[in-house]
Design a protein around this ligand. Structure first.
Ligand SMILES: NC(=O)c1ccc[n+]([C@@H]2O[C@H](COP(=O)([O-])OP(=O)(O)OC[C@H]3O[C@@H](n4cnc5c(N)ncnc54)[C@H](OP(=O)(O)O)[C@@H]3O)[C@@H](O)[C@H]2O)c1
Length: 259
């Protein structure tokens, strides 16, 4: 099967490409800049402008759409860019488009999530047979969030927020299963093996990094806070991935962490 992977140079892309190649897929990968490597054919495409998109989808059987821009030009890239991609894929006769979204986009009132939900709707309304895979947070994202939220010293956050980190390699495995089984015309969720409270995640993160930074608890207000504390980012979908937050910390920081 010939597969195009958008946003292939990102965190999830880095986990998907080697698995696709190892499983014998013929892989084309997009980035906004010229790249080489990973045993795939790289093409330059920009979803915000449409440059290179028609060429990228030409001649492929399926698209794994991972590209996203959470912090800037989100509407242009995630919503309008997805519309461009779906239109080009329809014209090229693509048989299956898998869009990677996030568990909670329909519940948690973040601006980024509103754009992801709108992009899901673009995919569902398009002419290409589709599947949406909503994953929970990658541990790399949680790690980065904790580093950002401790820039001023203490780790600042709402201790009762619930998260369910999932290994991107395991998400990659799910994506390959979806490619093999064909378009479902629906949404599938996939999460990590355990639901963590924010304060627990911080405790093990501090141990792994030998950090003395204390947790400075705040309470996120309003509906956002309520959704985050009541499991808006968590899925009951089974099976789940197997690799835990502590597995990630151990691999990343090189020391065993007590649970
Ligand atoms: N991070 C998480 O915890 C998480 C959890 C669940 C689902 N997801 C979803 O999974 C997908 C992949 O996430 P990720 O963490 O791997 O993202 P990432 O590391 O931020 O990678 C996203 C990629 O999108 C590409 N991109 C950005 N603007 C673009 C544009 N204008 N045109 C074309 N490509 C553009 C970038 O590639 P170039 O710079 O090479 O062009 C970038 O490498 C996203 O849709 C995200 O919403 C993420």
């Amino acid at each position: 099967m010939r597969v195009l992977v958008t946003g292939a140079g990102g965190t999830l892309g880095g986990a998907v490409l080697p698995r696709l190649v190892a499983e014998g897929f013929e892989v084309r990968a997009t980035s906004r800049r010229a790249r080489t490597g990973s045993g795939v054919r790289w093409v330059v495409a920009d979803l915000a402008t449409g440059a290179g998109v028609d060429e990228a989808v030409s001649g492929v059987d399926a698209v794994l759409h991972l590209a996203s821009s959470p912090t800037r030009r989100t509407h242009q890239v995630d919503v309008l860019g997805t519309r461009r991609l779906v239109g080009a894929a329809a014209t090229a006769g693509v048989q299956h488009l898998v869009y990677v979204s996030i568990v909670g986009v329909d519940r948690v009132p973040y601006s980024y999530y509103r754009h992801k939900l709108a992009a899901e709707q673009v995919v569902a309304a398009g002419e290409v047979p589709w599947t949406v895979l909503r994953a929970t947070q990658f541990p790399q994202f949680l790690d980065e969030l904790l580093r950002m939220s401790s820039k001023l010293g203490p780790v600042i956050g709402d201790r009762a927020v619930l998260a369910q980190p999932v290994d991107p390699g395991e998400v990659a495995g799910e994506l390959i299963e979806l490619l093999r089984s064909g378009a479902q015309g629906g949404i599938v969720e996939f999460g990590g093996p355990e639901v963590l409270r924010f304060d627990d995640a911080v405790r093990t993160w501090r141990q792994a990094r030998r950090s003395r930074r204390p947790l400075l608890p705040i309470r996120f207000p309003g509906r956002l806070g309520r959704e985050l504390r009541s499991g808006g980012l968590v899925t009951e979908a089974r099976p789940t991935g197997r690799r835990t937050w502590v597995d990630y910390l151990t691999d990343t920081y090189g020391r065993t962490v007590a649970r």
